[in-house]
Design a binder for this molecule. Structure first.
Ligand SMILES: [Zn+2]
Length: 360
């Protein structure tokens, strides 16, 4: 005889004989249903019947009255049946049973639950056969199975460990082949850029811009004086650019002709986390067409890194530029979080990911 069992809630309850349970005034579910009572808490003890099913016992001080609409069936007098092992069950229709949280074994199985408790009620089907209802609360949630083999318990991406590993090998091969391609890019036509901003919102402004090309030549590296913002205490801690530092810096309007000239010569415009940078730099263009033309040139180094990471070390979860550099063995050149160091880091990460990107 098992001495105790663990409930889904994590609580452990003891096994008691029906006699011992009676002594403690514990009530079985069958008794509760007849009294129109519903347990408000988990069972406090159990008994394993000779047929292997479980009878739960409930604390009589932790009960609530079953709402009348659940038991009041005016045209129908309460019918009961006695099971083979002498237990009395109440008849109820499927809808009423569902209101209690009672379902058939088949329905619970569809919901991924296994029944261990004895039935708590029953109904008669049209063909006069009997269907038993079981309490979902005491059923055991089955672990979800792999969507590919349907046999093993899920590990990641809805796949079991073996199917995940198999899938990973394929994805890695595909990814490595994609990254190893010869892209025939010209180093002068591939630009990397990074902005430091006053904050994360669209109304925030640019405080510094760095643009380099695939040769590592610095095409622009300047602080920018914001037009409206006077203070940016939060981001100052990250990039270290103070209001004093940008006092005599050029404004974005002043820099715009030169930036446009640089971008005009580019085939690709790459940043680590391009969406933020793009949403700010596009403002130098007035028309939607010009902005769209710029967007078409952009590529995101972070997206490419995340793909690589998921294919090679899926247990590695972080994807900041620093993480990418660490995983790919790239050293910082200058102080992290300055736009010049981030831009150089991004260019190096890109070349690690795409070793045959350039023609030379
Ligand atoms: Zn599988």
């Amino acid at each position: 005889m098992k001495e105790s069992m663990k409930l889904r809630s994590g609580a452990t309850i003891p096994q008691l004989t029906p006699e011992a349970a009676k002594e403690k005034s514990y009530l079985t579910r069958a008794a509760l249903i007849q009294m129109h009572l519903t347990p408000s808490g988990s069972p406090v003890a159990f008994f394993e019947n000779p047929d292997g099913s479980i009878t739960y016992f409930f604390d009589p001080t932790k009960l609530v009255e079953t709402p009348p609409e659940l038991w009041y069936a005016p045209k129908q007098k309460t019918e009961t049946m006695t099971t083979e092992n002498g237990r009395k069950l109440i008849k109820m229709n499927t809808r009423r049973a569902a209101a209690f949280g009672y379902y058939t074994k088949e329905r619970l199985s569809q919901m991924n639950y296994d029944v261990i408790e004895e039935p708590v009620a029953y109904t008669t089907r049209r063909d006069k056969s009997v269907a038993y209802f079981y309490d979902k609360k005491t059923a055991i949630k089955r672990p979800l199975l792999c969507v590919k083999c349907g046999k093993e318990v899920r590990y990641r991406h809805k796949l079991c460990r073996a199917c995940f590993e198999e899938d990973l090998v394929l994805r890695r091969e595909e990814g490595d082949a994609y990254r190893a391609q010869h892209f025939h890019a010209k180093r002068e036509e591939v630009l990397f850029f990074d902005l430091e901003l006053t904050g994360v919102y669209d109304h925030d402004e640019i405080l510094s811009i760095t643009i380099i090309n695939g040769k590592g030549e610095i095409l622009m590296d300047t602080l920018v004086k914001p037009a409206r913002k006077k203070r940016w205490k939060q981001t100052e801690k990250i990039h270290g650019i103070t209001p004093d530092m940008v006092q005599d810096a050029p404004t974005l309007v002043e820099l715009t002709p030169r930036i446009k000239e640089i971008f005009a010569g580019a085939k690709q415009l790459i940043a680590y986390g391009i969406s933020t940078d793009y949403s700010h730099i596009k403002k130098i263009y007035e028309t939607k067409e010009e902005q769209e033309a710029l967007r078409e040139k952009t590529r995101c180094a972070a997206v490419e890194f995340v793909r690589y990471r998921n294919e090679h070390e899926p247990e590695f979860l972080h994807a900041s530029l620093g993480d990418a550099m660490a995983m790919l063995g790239v050293e910082w050149d200058g102080v992290a979080h300055t736009s010049i160091a981030d831009t150089i880091g991004c260019a190096k990460v890109w070349e690690k990911l795409f070793p045959n990107y350039y023609d030379d």
